[in-house]
Design a protein around this ligand. Sequence first.
Ligand code: FES
Ligand SMILES: [Fe+2]
Length: 342
Amino acid sequence: MRLRYRLGVLRNLDPTFYCDPTVFRSERERIFWQTWQLLGPASQVAAPGDYVATEIAGAKVVAIRADDGELRAFRNVCVHRGARLFEEGSGHCSAIRCPYHNWVYGLDGTLKRTPWFGEDPDFDMADWPLQQISVEEWRGLLFVAIHPVEPLLANLGDTVTVLADEPIETFQLYRTEHLVFDANWKIYMDNFIEGYHIPGIHPSFYAAIDFEKFETVAMNNVIKMTAPPKDDLFYRGTWLTTWPNWTLSLFDGGMNTSRINPIDEGRTELLYHYYFADLSDATREVRDRTVDGSISVVREDFGICEITHQNYASGGYRSGPLSPRHETGVAWFQQKLAAILT
Ligand code: FES
Ligand SMILES: [Fe+2]
């Protein structure tokens, strides 16, 4: 399985990459658990005891603000017999209590109490802290990494420069959305990083941009797509996708981010956060129209991604040619994947 060029034509990735559970297991370890994963706004963990729990390709993790003000992140897994400590989502707690046998950890991950455990001279609570993982904040966004192979800024690459003049840290969280569909995560990524499908799949979106001027540029670890919006479009006309799996789209006075998280090789979830500078009642209607408009464009992609996945899985598809005009982002993403997986 490899990215193939034949007679100079750039080809789509071999379909077996998308449907094979063995490939998915490699991706979890070599891509999702080694890169920085966006957990949304850092405001979710502003005060001691605030936490956000999520999954990264099946690995349960939690980021939490400790009593000393330090941000920490752990496997969301009890060291006793492996129960989940926090349900997925954000919230606040004064200590970390496992629901299974009531072991209690401090916000710094140290084991504090093991009720009804009994006496064992060889057991020392100091030997059993939660498994720590890496956590960072960048410009109001919260990231964690399980086994990072590079620092956050290196992973962000040119995302840093592209967003340098955008006041993203002034935006406040307005809404979250959780969407699930039945296709491999890479089929959704391939789709998100090309504008080629906009006339076919998003007719209203197509009518709202100058499609002839649609541009896709693959930079260092980020793909930037731009198109001049016409008058009534909520998007500002810049869409970013940062390696390996998160997106940022700009609105007037706001943005959304999404993390594309695989549940398994045939099922994917999207975790969307919508942010705006102004959360006043006066602008609520505009905000809701923006969020609803954006979500409906996102949903329009699910059907085509699901059917494409079915065709890849059926064996009825051989990798086709990629457009040099519109699918350079797809080629960039697939080359990066193939280099890691093969
Ligand atoms: S698994 Fe957590 S206390 Fe037993
Ligand atoms: Fe789309």
